[in-house]
Every structure is written in C-alpha cells, then in structure tokens.
Design a protein around this ligand. Sequence first.
Ligand code: NOJ
Length: 767
Amino acid sequence: MMKRYHSFLFTTFICFLLPAVASVSAQPLAPINTEGQTFVEALMRRMTLHEKLGQLNLQVAGDITTGQAQGTHIGGAIARGDIGGVFNIKGADKIRALQDIAVRQSRLGIPLLVGMDVIHGYETVFPIPLALSCSWDLDAAEEVARISAHEASADGIAWTFSPMVDVALDARWGRISEGSGEDPLLAGLFGAAMVRGYQGSDMADADRLMSCVKHFALYGAVESGRDYNTVDMSHVRMFNQYFPPYRCAIDAGAGSVMTSFNLVDGIPATANKWLVCNVLRHAWGYDGLVVTDYASISEILNHGTAESLREASMQALTATTDMDMCAQGFLHLDNETLTSDELKLVDEACRRVLEAKWRLGLFRDPYARLDEHRRERDIASSEHRDAARRIAAETFVLLKNDAVLPLKKSARIALIGPLADNRVNMDGTWAVASCPERNMTLLEAMQETVAGRGEVRYAQGCNLISDSTLQAASEFGKTIARGNEQALHDEALAVALDADVIVCAMGECADMSGESSSRSDLLLPDAQRHLLQKLVQLGKPVVLLNFAGRPTVLTWEQEHVDAIMNVWFGGTEAAPAICDVLFGDRAPQGRLTVSMPRATGQEPLYYNHLRTGRPAGREWHKYQSNYLDTSVEPLYPFGYGLTYTTFSYSPITLSTNEISMSDSITVSVNVTNTGLREGCEVVQLYICDRVARVARPVKELKDFERISLQPGETRTVRFTLCADKFQYFDGEGNICIDPGLFDIMVGPNSRDVQTAIFNLVGTNTVF
Ligand code: NOJ
C-alpha cells in the first residue's frame, strides 16, 4: 500500500516541476493518428514472433558496396526479417540498396529505420555540442539541428542519436564534449532546441529526422570521470540535477530515447524498470521508442545482474526498453518459449518501433529521404557553410586579453603549434559524416585573412604529446606529424623571433575528448606546454588559441600568456571563424557552460554545488572544506567570458520584497556597454534558497538573456520569476517549496554577481 502511495505521488508531481525548470514551449510526443494505429495493428496481426523480434533488432550496417548489399551478411538478415534498423552507414546509394531488400524482399516489406550519430552536423560540421552551448544561443542550436537534419535526410538518414543531454560535472570525462556542460537548465534548453530543430513540426517531412535523447540516465556522472565506469547517486541529486534535461528534451517531443551504459541504483539503465517504466513511461508519460546504447543488453552480464543473454534481454523488455542496439539479445528470444506476459512485452516493443516508422512517414514512402537530386542541392551548401562560420564564431570563449586582441591584419604573425596546419582535427569528435578535406587549416585561413597586408609564418613547434604511443592513441587515426622535438622547437623559436605577435594553436586533438577519451590530467599536453613556456620567454605578445573538447587547466597560462581564447572544435568553418574573431571582424561572444579548474584534482568542479557544514573561506584554515595546495574556486567560473568591450551593471531592482506562492517577482538590472565597440553580453540570473528542508545549491541558474549593445547603450533587462522557479525535489520525488528568504543574484557570470533578497511567504508545501 505504502509503495503504491509513493508511486502515485511521484507520478503525479514529477510531472509538474520539470516543465517549470525550462521555459521552452513543450509539445510532447503525440500518439500516432487513428489511421496509423489501425495500420500498425493490422500489420502486427500478420507478423510472426520472429518478425516482431526482428523489428527490435538494430544493427551496424558496416561498409557495404552498393549492388552487393544482397550478398552481404546484413542483406541476408534484412531479407529474413531479422533486422528493424541499421545505423552509421553513409551514402544514399548504400542505404537505398538496403532499403530495397527490406521493402522488396522481406516477407512483409517493412522499411528499415536508418540511423546515424549526427551529433554536430552532417557534412557541414558545426561546433561540438559543448562549444555550441557556450553560445548560450538556443536559436543557433535549433538552426544547427535543422541544417543537420536537412543534410542527413538528403542522404537517406531518418534518425539521429542526438541530443546528448547528460549533465557533466567532471571534466576528466571525455564525453563532456558531447553535451551542454554542467547546468541542468541549459542542458535541457539546448536539448529541447535540438529536438525541435531535428524534428520540425512533423518528423515525417522528408527533410527531418527523428531525434534520440540520450543517455538515459545519469551517464554524465561516471565515477572519476572514467568512461563506462559505474554511477552511484542520491535521488535528491538525480531528481534535481540530472533528470531535468532529459525531461525537458523529451517534453519537446523527442521521438526516441537511448538508455545509458551505467547502473542506476545498482541496476543497469537498460534493464531498469523503475527508470524506464516508472519514471520515463508512467511519470513522464512517454510512449516513444526506447533504444539501448551499443551492446548494452549483453553488457548487463558484465554488470553481474543477469546470468544469460536471455535473462538480460527479458529484463530489458520488462523495463520497456524496445530496441536492442547490436547485442542481438531480443532476436534470439524466438528460440525460447515465451510466456504470454513476455509475448505482450514483445508486442508492446514492436508496436513502438513500428509507430516510430509511421511517425517518420516510412510506410507512406520508404524512399522519401532517398531523392537523388537532393544531395547536390542540400548537402554542404554555401548557405550551410555560412551558418557554420557564423555559429562557430559565437562559441569561442575569450578567457584573457591583455590588450593584444583583436590582432591587426597588418601584423607579422608567427603561427605555431601542432594544430595550426591541420584540417582533420577541426571537426572534433563524433563527426561521422564529415569531409575534412574541405576544411581550411588555421594557417590557410590566417594567410587569406591578412593577404596583401600582413604576414603569417608557421612552424609546428612540437609534437602533440611527447609520448608517441599516447599521441597515436589520442589521434585515433587523425594523424598529426611527429618530429624531433629539439628541431621543432628551434624552428619555432626562429619563426617567433621574427614576428610582432605569436599565435599558438595548441590543445587537444579531436579525439582526446569524446567517447572513451577520459583523461586524468587536464593540463595542456606536456610537449605543447614546454614549447609555450619557451615562446613566452621571448618577451613578445603571445596569444593562445586553445583547442579543447573539455575544460583545460590553464593556471600557468593565465599568468604568463597575454591572451587566451578557447576555440573548442568549431567544425567545417572553424578556421575562418577563428580568424573573424581573432582579427576583430566579429567580437567574441561565448560564455563558459563548464567551470574551468585551477588543478585537475578539483574535479568534479561545478558552480551549483550543495553547501557544506564547513565552507572554505577566502584564507586557508584547518578543518574547513578546502585544499592544502590550491583554492576551491575555479580559474574561470561557469558563465564567464570576455569580449572586446566592457559592460557595467546597475544595482538590482526587485518589483517587491515579498511574494506569496501564487505571485511572481520581477528582477531588473540596467546593463551598459562601457567600451568602444558593439558587444554581446549574457546577463545571468541565479537564485539561492537560504533555508529549505533539503539542502539546496549555493547558486542555481534560473534565467538568462543575451543582449547586444552599441557603445554607450544601456538596456534594462527584466526577468520574471514565478514561484515554480523556487521549487525542488526531495529524495522521494516529491515537489517541495519552502517559504523564507531567497537570494536573487544577477551578473555576467556565476561568480561576479550582485545580490538582492526577497521573502517567499507561505507554508512548507509538498505537492
Ligand atoms: C555508443 C555511444 O555511447 C552512443 O552515444 C552512440 O549513439 C552509439 N554508440 C551509436 O554509435
């Protein structure tokens, strides 16, 4: 009885809070129409158990040759009805060959679902998601997804495994690059924007994709930042910090959700009935397709929570996970005797797969995304490349500038570093469909920018990393030349001596972040650090362009280098976009969505942490929560970023000092551009609930506004907060709101805020 009561509460009220976390207009996935339902029911009546299980089977297509698809292993399996979908195959001709087999040769002619990891662009590659989030520009995120869908669908793809909305607090985790950073509000808003961009108003349209919100759930919390490691988390943290982004993206109408590799409360997410069935399906009302991550069903055996593939598969089906990526666990269930309850689970899963195909319009026309005229017109068009350049320029975060930037186009520039003359690394991780040969190198773009006025001379300067084995593992096929370290240094120092300014293109190569790319040390790679130290000793102005898929420890660099700009991995147009900002045709606009640490040992490091009984003070004191050897503060806080102008903030004005639970409060601040050129500012609003029944974070982002101001211009920025912004979850999943004092903080980043206080009047409420 107790249990049922709890789940009722949970189910009812979890639905209330989460939309309040994000203000995006939500359009959850609607049931398919009656015609679709009748069609799917009729189809399922004709299907054998084997054919139903086949629909639940998602396979990597491998690189087939068109015309020979028939003779391949995958072709044969599709013809037998063993496969419901394939993924990560590029080329409309190849996809057409496989679709032909499904439609013309399998007994029931059910079309294939064709997916791909279209994570940050297709052939036109946009900045990695972490970079994109640093734009704080939700329209840009939606545009990236829309263009990605346009291009991928022109090449036969119908489904993308994106967005990833896993909150990531530990920069050692390589996949921090694939998400939107450490804040749940931002991660949800970016996820929702991408869902809208991929799917449009109707994902059946031939230029749209079905999105897949991943990785459900908590994958970003792998212990020690080590990929595929275990996760163990309190429910308070789960409900308040990790679940909201999934919910927000799902409420934006995502057609599918991918389960994560990790444990949730000791049970693998893929087989976790509480997570998938109770939370996702019942509490959040989600009836879309749930797919596993790669081989997650067979990995249940490694987790030690099932003894056989059959048992693992049944656990996943019972959890209402529908589609099995690569483990082939479901497929082989037809060799077993299934109970009527088990058969019902198979039916439900099969229905959801077929409904996804219906939603995508595949039954109406399996070839709609295989129009051969589209490739030429729709992929890598100049319009898409222009968007990529514009958006990439929005993502760079200027961390320091001692009056060196923007550079003069007439300058004599030494461009140094292993990433300066490299095109394949510009795309960053997970750019499956990219054509890196089309990317410009930074050297080419800089030479083009200064042509006829200045001069750019280049030297590689050093290896990526001094250890060649580590370099090879980090490159993952995107090779960076290696040479004799001394000779490389000598050449670089000679080039630098002759220059007005030294620009260093350094940092991580593309695959030092992303999947299976965890690092225990977040400094610039050793060989590059050593060279940078030598270059600084020349006494010339030094600019560091930091290529990164995660926060880097730049403590030494902050002290010694004149200007630092994080350029992440900007995609196809990264090089010209860097030049746009470097030479001042555009101003930097990015603001960090991750805290940048002073030392790797500070990780996990994030601004919205809970309070402790012994908070660290400014000075070191024994028996306080601090480090002997470094500060507890980040080097650059969440929300931080400079530009080529400056802004001042007036004191905060509150519309009232007291509100009731049904009121709202308006917070206003005047922001003035106090510099000499136009600039973009991201005005950020945080709150802190001073006293609550469950400890609340020191700060939580609740709203923000991007504004652009001319020199001398002042704008009043107003935020209206309703009482729902002050709610939180307790560990049971109940929504709580506690009266009392709240701090309202407004500023250009999470550190440099001014604070006003108001009183929320009422009684402790649990919904
Ligand atoms: C494994 C990754 O975790 C996931 O994000 C990706 O979508 C799948 N592989 C498919 O490539």
